[in-house]
Design a protein around this ligand. Structure first.
Ligand code: KIV
Length: 277
């Protein structure tokens, strides 16, 4: 039976009921169809596409055009899955007006279900403006990759009582500002638990321990597709890179040996070939 797409009400209700759920990434049509066929509930078309699909060093160079280009095929491929469109760096930092303009563009030009933007209390006015425009708005706190260098790099956040208090306060204020859910990235387990207890919206954790409402991983990471780099919080649930390399090598070997294509893969109609050479 095809799974049913989540609604915005489900986010709140599932949190209240203690029902756990999952979210993964996709950046293209084929992967979207695969996630749609799986039991995973949510797809993020994340700006991590900068590294994973476009080969950039970080997420900072990703543009609105990149995001729109990748969100559209994912929306087409996953009609039964809630889809988040990530707001790229530079698309909401300037002003509330810029933030609303670009959030409206993402929704209008791609038909995704919500937008996500990074930042804590310093982004409250942007979040109020986007949510106030009637757009489902997801926050992203803890480690925020777009501004990781200002946080001292890709490091665990909230590791002292003071910084933990900042993360918890960010979550509380984001809920008050109108976020219907929030991503919490790279914090100690105790901070993940505290944030999940502090708010009534679901906390979607990546590297935030087991007490959050929803576990998040990048699809290419969890399937073991993305080479050697593996953050501590990533578990490889499959070895898809190896399966793909093995498949490519089998094709190469059989092709150069001449065992592919065998009869079953050929159009075997006999044709009288005119003598032209
Ligand atoms: O872009 C992304 O993949 C993300 C996840 C880390 C949540 O924002």
């Amino acid at each position: 039976m095809a799974k049913k797409k989540m609604t915005v009400a489900d986010f709140k209700n599932w949190k209240k009921e203690g029902k756990k759920f999952t979210f993964v990434t996709a950046y293209d049509y084929t992967t979207a169809t695969i996630v749609d066929e799986s039991d995973c509930n949510i797809i993020l078309v994340g700006d991590s596409l900068g590294m994973i699909m476009l080969g950039y060093k970080g997420t900072e160079s990703v543009t609105m055009e990149d995001m729109i280009h990748h969100i559209r095929p994912v929306v087409k491929g996953a009609p039964n899955t809630w889809i988040i469109g990530d707001m790229p760096f530079g698309s909401y930092q300037e002003s509330d007006e810029q933030a609303v303009h670009n959030a409206v563009r993402l929704i209008k030009e791609t038909n995704c279900d919500c937008v996500k933007l990074e930042g804590g209390v310093e982004m409250l006015s942007r979040i109020k403006a986007i949510a106030g425009a009637g757009i489902n708005t997801m926050g992203h706190i803890g480690l925020t990759p777009q501004t990781a260098s200002s946080l001292g790099g890709f490091k665990v956040q909230g590791g002292t009582p003071e910084t933990a208090a900042k993360v918890i306060k960010d979550a509380i204020e984001l809920e008050k500002a109108g976020c219907f859910s929030l991503v919490l990235e790279c914090v100690p387990v105790s901070v993940g638990k505290a944030v999940a207890e502090a708010v009534s919206i679901p906390v979607l954790g990546i590297g935030a321990g087991p007490h959050v409402d929803c576990q998040v991983l990048v699809t290419q990471d969890l399937l073991g597709m993305y080479g050697d780099f593996k953050p501590k919080f990533v578990k490889h649930f499959a070895q898809v890179r190896k399966v793909m390399v093995d498949g490519l090598n089998a094709f190469h070997k059989e092709s150069i040996e001449g065992t592919f294509p065998s009869e079953e893969y050929c159009f075997n109609k006999a044709v009288d070939i005119p003598k032209l050479y």
